[in-house]
Design a protein around this ligand. Sequence first.
Ligand code: IPM
Ligand code: MN
Length: 362
Amino acid sequence: MSAPSSLRIAVIGGDGTGPEVAAEGVKVLKAVAALEGIVYELVDYDLGGDRYLRTGEILPPSVLEELRACDAIYLGAVGHPEVPPGVLERGLLLELRFQLDQYINLRPVQLYPGVETPLRDKGPADIDFVVVRENTEDLYAGAGGFLKKGTPDEVAVQTAIYTRKGCERCIRWAFEYTRRRNNPKRRLTLVAKTNVLTFGHDLWWRTFQEVAREYPDVQPDYQHVDACCMWMVKNPEYFDVIVTTNMFGDIITDLGGIIQGGLGVAAGANLNPDPGGTSMFEPMGGSAPKYKGQRAINPIAAINAMAMLLEHTGHPRAAARVVRAVKHVTGTKMRSQAAGKMGYMTDEVGDLVVQALEEGRD
Ligand code: IPM
Ligand code: MN
């Protein structure tokens, strides 16, 4: 996307520790915007569990329309201990992804300097790949129902929906992205389960083969999802870009999150790449209610989500500066990426990134 003259960014702090980590991303935005001459405007939205408990509202239609009109959405976290599971996840997070047709969920897996991974003999050069997760279909479509609910004969059906249009636009975007990323491997791995899901994943497989013919410079590759989990741990350096379905993408990106040092560093983008589309950027970790207000949670993931926001709103140079500043901080300052073990409080980590930016450590 080319840069609009002024960026209008909606900020949804959300639940638990979401507002605390989002505040650190906003702090870094302020610093890098001053350095890069980026003009922006922030609009705060009170959405999430507290508002739901207070008013019964999750995502009023008028708010959705305001969000649609923004250049990007910056999200902290969704999930509240007093709200039954699924209400906010489906009503707010998935509703935004679906209503704004953010059909790509982009999740880089990259080990930063100084960050500990359970794969101790692997370094930053070995763990650096990106997962492109389809973000609007599959088991997430919410298709299904109960029969004889609450009786001993109860039946529950949850249907995975895959469409040609839905998988093709995601696969095509992933080929384009692999080409653009321009890693020497130039390899796009389709991750699915064609040996069992012989209808839905057959559609993905055939579509992948067809689209691959248009990208002779990208090596098309395939792994079953279970084998992929094994290879992500055994040989993470094999991967360049992975494209996968919504449900499998959810699962393998938590695995990716831990091999890159934990959810304290893992960020994601929910992209609607179409002209005029509104995309949303979020740390991958949840709302961590037990840490709320303790200044313990790692804001690096939220700061990385801000870097992805800058990248996708036409400010790649500012994004790269933020990432370099983050690497300086993980590589030289922080003891650990785990909540409460960082050697710094949440806001102090944000300050360190700002300081690194301002000192030109990027
Ligand atoms: C994620 C989360 C969500 C998902 C939940 C909160 C609905 O786990 O962003 O990966 O399953 O997509
Ligand atoms: Mn998930």
